[in-house]
Ligand binder design. Structure first.
Ligand SMILES: Cc1ncc(COP(=O)(O)O)c(C=O)c1O
Length: 480
């Protein structure tokens, strides 16, 4: 190897000291520096160890890992917490399969992260989707309403569990207390994908954490909003609905037998920061958010998304840019190139800034002055034509698990109209499938994907070749 491609790129990025409004929340170590935590400054290689007599074992914890997990469980309000080294992704797989058996029904929001779909595939679980709820004006996938969820619970009394996401990437939350009562009345477990909600509980101005509101399992990406290292998450459990022994087996199966001590130690550190410094840092953050929200009142073109009139996590700052005549992608590029600010992601409609306790006043100053200039842009004069986010429930002709094992062939995106998809079609981020394997590819999906690709969206499952290849299944007639 003559060059260290990845290493060089990472060093270049680290050298730029970009203003970060993206995950992980430690912001290139800035959070730890601010708090005077020097554990990661030197000697990071020295703590990259393995299971030794003194270092315990994640898969059978009896010593320091057990103590660290117990401390986390006390801090976050669970009966038991598990460190995850394969992100919330692995935790979601294990959580769903610990509450269901093959052939069981799982009620899940259609706007779930792809990991929930994959859990259904791995566990051969029959997903009953809640109708997708979309803010079509602003292209924002919303959580299903409480009424819709309760109706699905009533209509599917044989379902074993309910899987919901709260907060969403954009900050919208569900009334978890209400839904947990409804699920429990029907003997169903409530699993909450709280990937974006590890920081909840640090301020009365934020929604409460799902695990404190009656969820049986909540899975939290501490790397996203609390500053543990990328890929490290926690799974919190309460009550008897989840089969704990099965959960333990699944976590052993789905995670490495050599879990990283860097990831685990960073989870312990994030829990420590949450407990010792979290409320103070969150109060500061709330002040910065108040200030920038006031600024938005004076902006003419750009607007701040403040939720879908329900419970909302205001640390997520989705800035709607279309009235400037520019897409979120163009504004993100401008922020990066001209202002050295990196948001989390952009869409045709706007740019998402994930703010966290890792951000300080100087980060917000930089964003404020950049947005002031951007608000005055009005570069293109007319509003840009925005592709319409597909809202219909896809029609499934095969389950995800059976479709996964069927023979597939590649066709161009254009030719895939009316075909059965052999793969997911997923705008990434946010990682919510428009189409899952086994579902019919509709015209509106093709149109949306084609237009959005042209604007700069990344879409998993659509090739980067000229034809924009997608995988389809030729299903025998007897299946149709
Ligand atoms: C809603 C949601 N759930 C789960 C995940 C997976 O989390 P992780 O990256 O920790 O595996 C993501 C990732 O972005 C997500 O947005």
């Amino acid at each position: 190897m003559e060059e260290l491609f990845l290493n060089r790129r990472l060093r270049e990025i680290a050298g730029k000291s970009t203003v970060s409004f993206h995950v992980p929340a430690h912001n290139g170590g800035k959070l730890f520096k601010r708090l005077g935590i020097i554990d990661y400054e030197d000697g990071i290689l020295g703590i990259d160890t393995t299971e030794l007599p003194d270092t315990d074992n994640l898969h059978n914890p009896q010593d320091v890992i057990m103590e660290a997990q117990q401390a986390a469980s006390r801090i976050f309000g669970s009966e038991e917490s598990f460190f995850l080294v394969n992100g919330t992704t692995g935790g979601i797989h294990a959580a769903i399969m610990s509450c269901t058996s093959p052939g069981d029904k799982l009620i899940m929001d259609r706007n779930s992260h792809m990991s929930a779909y994959n859990a259904c595939m791995l566990g051969r679980i029959d997903a009953v989707y809640l109708k997708p709820s979309i803010d079509a004006q602003r292209g924002i996938p919303l959580p299903a309403s409480e009424e819709t969820i309760e109706e699905a619970i009533q209509e599917n009394p044989d379902a074993k569990a309910v899987f919901l996401t709260s907060p969403t990437y954009y900050g919208d939350c569900i009334d978890i207390e209400r839904i947990s009562k409804a699920a429990h009345r029907h003997g169903m477990a409530l699993i909450v994908d709280a990937a974006h909600g590890s920081h909840l509980g640090l301020s009365s101005r934020l929604p409460s954490p799902a695990i404190r509101l009656g969820a049986d399992i909540a899975i939290c990406s501490l790397h996203k909003t609390l500053g543990s290292f990328t890929q490290s998450s926690m799974l919190h459990v309460n009550g008897e609905m989840a089969d704990r022994e099965r959960l333990r087996s699944l976590l052993r199966m789905l995670q490495s037998s050599s879990p990283s001590y860097l990831l685990m130690s960073s989870l312990e550190m994030a829990a420590f920061v949450y407990e010792k410094h979290g409320e103070r840092l969150m109060e500061e953050l709330q002040g910065h958010i108040d200030d920038i929200a006031k600024e938005f009142e004076c902006f003419e073109n750009i607007k701040l998304y403040e939720g879908n009139a329900g419970i909302f996590d205001r640390t997520k700052l989705f800035v709607l840019t279309t009235a400037t005549g520019a897409s979120g992608y163009e504004i993100e590029e401008l922020l990066r190139e001209r202002y050295n600010i990196q948001p989390e992601f952009s869409t045709p409609y706007g740019v998402l800034f994930v703010s966290s306790i890792g951000n300080d006043g100087s980060d917000f100053d930089a964003v404020r002055s950049a947005l002031c200039e951007i608000d005055r842009l009005k570069r293109h004069g007319n509003h840009q034509e925005i592709p319409k986010y597909p809202t219909a429930m896809p029609k499934a002709l095969a389950s995800i698990s059976s479709a996964f094992y069927m023979k597939k062939r590649a066709v161009s995106l254009e030719e895939s109209r009316g075909c059965i998809s052999g793969d997911y079609i997923i705008p990434y981020p946010p990682g919510i499938p428009l189409i899952a394997p086994g579902e019919l590819i509709r015209d509106d999906v093709i149109e949306y994907v084609t237009e959005a690709l042209g604007m700069g969206m990344q879409v998993n499952g659509v090739g980067t070749d000229e034809n924009k290849s997608v995988m389809v299944i030729d299903m025998p007639k007897r299946h149709l």
